[in-house]
Design a protein around this ligand. Sequence first.
Ligand code: NAD
Length: 287
Amino acid sequence: MATTEDYLLNKFNFLIDNVAPVNFQLGLIFMNKIMDGKVGFVTGSASGIGRATAIEISKQGGVVVVSDINREDGEETVRIIRSFGGQAEFMKADITREADVINLIDYTVANFGRLDFAHNNAAGAMQTMELADYDSETNRWALNMYLESMFYCLKNELLVMKGNGGGSIVNTASMAGIFGVGLSGPYVATKHGVVGYTKSAALEYAKYGIRVNAVCPGTVLTGLTENMPKGEFDFSKLTQAQAIKRLADPSEIAYPVVFLLSDMASYITGLIMPVDGGAGISFASVE
Ligand SMILES: NC(=O)c1ccc[n+]([C@@H]2O[C@H](COP(=O)([O-])OP(=O)(O)OC[C@H]3O[C@@H](n4cnc5c(N)ncnc54)[C@H](O)[C@@H]3O)[C@@H](O)[C@H]2O)c1
């Protein structure tokens, strides 16, 4: 004769077999997106990697301030995000001016209450040539464009996030921040500097709940690469020695950036992450 225990066990087994999978599937459907409830900005998001990142952050539930010196294309990024129901605003800011960076942070906090994440990504293109052919003015321009701007962003974001009790920052460095690349000395030097800032900030600010990482794109098809002054430097040649022999789509950089910004990466800080189609893994290709 069946006991009460048998009855309960049968019920339990029935629930496990029939109800749990449905609940699990419903759970997947209603699962929180990885940037749900997060607020922040992406610099240089009128185009390329920045635009792709802003879009992906929104798709993952985040609220994003799209920032750039190019208002028209920045507002286009906002329109794209709103077209699928995402929440975004445009704020013009030139990252080479600290006052603009502070305005951008103030705007984000004033309008959305917090600063949970920042993607420091903006940059302009520079001419390519042998090191001794650069003049001092162009070198200073590069220091300001790629490195000093990063200091302005990091310093002011860290101060606000420290007050918040935490946050996540991703800097766009480059494979030129890890290796030498011919005909781009000032760019290579400053991107190595971005890697240095990333490591220092990660070390110092983990105790405040702030994670700081960098992505190092290899070769990505964006405005930067399309508009690069054509000289001896042939950008497309860079893909020939790498495992994946093509330029990346900007979205292929955006996905790892959003992962690093999200709580999915809660144990990752100070990572200098190549996103390079395998450019950095080989000494030489013998195909
Ligand atoms: N494209 C690549 O292959 C590649 C490779 C390695 C690293 N990167 C890095 O990726 C980042 C994004 O570049 P991208 O390839 O998407 O280029 P992109 O030209 O498509 O986008 C850069 C954006 O930055 C904006 N910008 C330029 N100067 C600015 C300033 N002073 N203040 C604010 N915004 C400014 C531009 O208007 C543009 O919208 C850069 O830091 C670049 O060095 C790119």
